[in-house]
Design a protein around this ligand. Structure first.
Ligand SMILES: Cc1ncc(COP(=O)(O)O)c(C=O)c1O
Length: 460
């Protein structure tokens, strides 16, 4: 093994490693803020010996926490037996078959057939292609349009970038698929109209109907939604929205695709996010938590009805497949990961600990008038920072309030995430599902200390 110093590593990182979703300039001027070397449970350790709480489960994906030997053993066992073989055409192997069957048993309703990918972007890209193909097979090639939503994040491959509703991501793509449209965010309060009475009609849902009617329902292939919009600022749907979306999609025969890349595998206190509303989508995209990030894997889960129709109508080869679709080692790790989630009651823990997290956010809102809009479902939580509390007003962008709070928290031993699209300062948390109450207490204490420090520093 090559010998090197800490400073050499930092220099090589700058020179040779173009970081994903990063500021190239900042990376060059400041270097990596952390070079992580180890992980155990909810904690990460870096090259300088600092230990921090991984309050984001890294990229909302390390659901069962770091350092789980069982997953390493599952990979080792599978790699020693059959590390890789193809699943193209008529070839198959045990791990992919067993994982597809397992997915069919844990997915809501009759979602029963999986097309595997290596991550969330590939899953959304594949879902869009497969559904457009489905409509072509059904003799309706004009059903091409995909409705996504503003502030949605669906990844960075071609279709996924077009479906993403955050304009910053569009610039890199250069050109976008004009057949992918963006409806409003799913939250009435966010759109500045009154929240509906419980069970009442939500205006956001009505706006989708208007968009469909304006575009022509017979031109729309699918509606693609995150159950809770993650990277766009943790936007929860208004009461009644999901039920309305399901009804509208069924009425116009539009395929409802749920992007469960973040919300899947226990994150929201249910196995899948849509279960919080009792809604069964027609297609579900998955990744991240399926292996807790130990190895790349994703997938598109199709309903039995769609799969059957495709079987009936297809004539030749389905020309869509990745070398690593159904990678045996990744599937073996996923099977072990799901077993751990189930056996250790991590979905229930996510629900209970999520309640503690929310209580902690509420205590911060009591202490600081700038903390507002506290929200959480399972271990997916956030709050906004606004002057004078919930007045709908934002801090001047140059203050970078959320960025400062997150930087301060990192100094104090907690990794969390800031989102500041459209001037709204949001702090997001999504710790591993194995977290306990005392560790939630540590998170809240660090946030309290960080907000105190930032108020002093910025004079807010
Ligand atoms: C909801 C959602 N969909 C898709 C993706 C893209 O997944 P990946 O980065 O694995 O391609 C992400 C990534 O954060 C996501 O949050």
């Amino acid at each position: 093994m090559e010998q090197y110093t800490r400073d050499q590593l930092i220099e090589w990182d700058k020179k040779h490693f173009l970081h994903p979703t990063s500021s190239i300039k900042q990376q060059q001027s400041q270097g990596a803020s952390f070079v992580f070397t180890e992980g155990k449970g909810i904690y990460l350790k870096d090259l300088d010996g600092r230990t921090v709480i991984d309050g984001m489960s890294s990229l909302w994906n390390v659901n069962i926490g770091h350092g789980r030997k069982e997953l390493a053993d599952a990979a080792h066992e599978q790699m020693t037996k059959l590390a890789y073989s193809s699943a193209f055409s008529t070839f198959s192997h045990e791990p992919a078959i067993l994982l597809s069957k397992k997915m069919s048993s844990i997915a809501p309703g009759n979602l029963s057939t999986v097309f595997f990918t290596s991550g969330g972007s590939e899953s959304n890209d594949s879902a869009i292609k497969l559904i457009r193909h489905y409509w072509r097979l059904k003799g309706k090639p004009e059903r091409k349009k995909i409705i996504s939503r503003k502030k949605a994040y669906h990844g960075v491959t071609s279709n996924a970038t077009s479906a993403t509703g955050i304009p910053e991501f569009w610039e890199v793509a250069g050109s976008l698929d004009q057949q992918i449209l963006h409806a409003d965010v799913p939250n009435c309060e966010y759109l500045d109209h009154k929240p509906p009475e419980r069970g009442g009609t939500c205006e956001c849902g009505e706006r989708i109907r208007q968009l469909i009617e304006a575009e022509g329902p017979e031109t729309i292939a699918a509606f693609l939604i995150e159950p809770i919009q993650g990277a766009g600022g943790l936007i929860f749907p208004s009461d009644g929205y999901m039920e309305q979306v399901r009804a509208i999609c069924s009425e116009y025969e539009i395929i409802l695709i749920a992007d469960e890349v973040i919300t899947g595998f226990g994150r929201t206190g249910k196995m899948f996010g849509m279960e919080n509303w009792g809604i069964v989508p027609d297609v579900m995209t998955i990744a991240k938590g399926i292996t807790s990030g130990y190895i790349p894997l994703g997938g598109v889960v199709l309903s039995e009805k769609i799969h059957k129709k495709m079987m009936e109508l297809s004539t030749g080869t389905l020309f869509h497949g990745f070398t690593y679709s159904g990678h045996p080692t990744a599937c073996a790790v996923a099977l072990k990961n799901i077993e751990i989630i189930e056996q250790e009651g991590l979905i229930e823990n996510s629900k209970t600990m999520g309640e503690h997290l929310l209580t902690g956010f509420e205590s911060l809102a009591q202490k600081f008038d700038i903390v507002t809009k506290t929200r959480a479902k399972g271990l997916l939580g956030a709050f906004d920072l606004m002057p004078n509390g919930n007045q709908g007003e934002n801090f001047p962008p140059e203050l970078q309030v959320a960025v400062n709070v997150v930087a301060e928290a990192a100094e104090k031993g907690l990794i969390c995430r800031s989102v500041t699209y459209d001037g709204v300062n949001t702090v997001v948390l999504a710790p591993p599902l194995t977290i306990n109450e005392s560790q939630i207490g540590d998170i809240i204490q660090i946030l309290e200390d960080s907000i105190t420090a930032v108020r002093l520093k910025l004079g807010i």
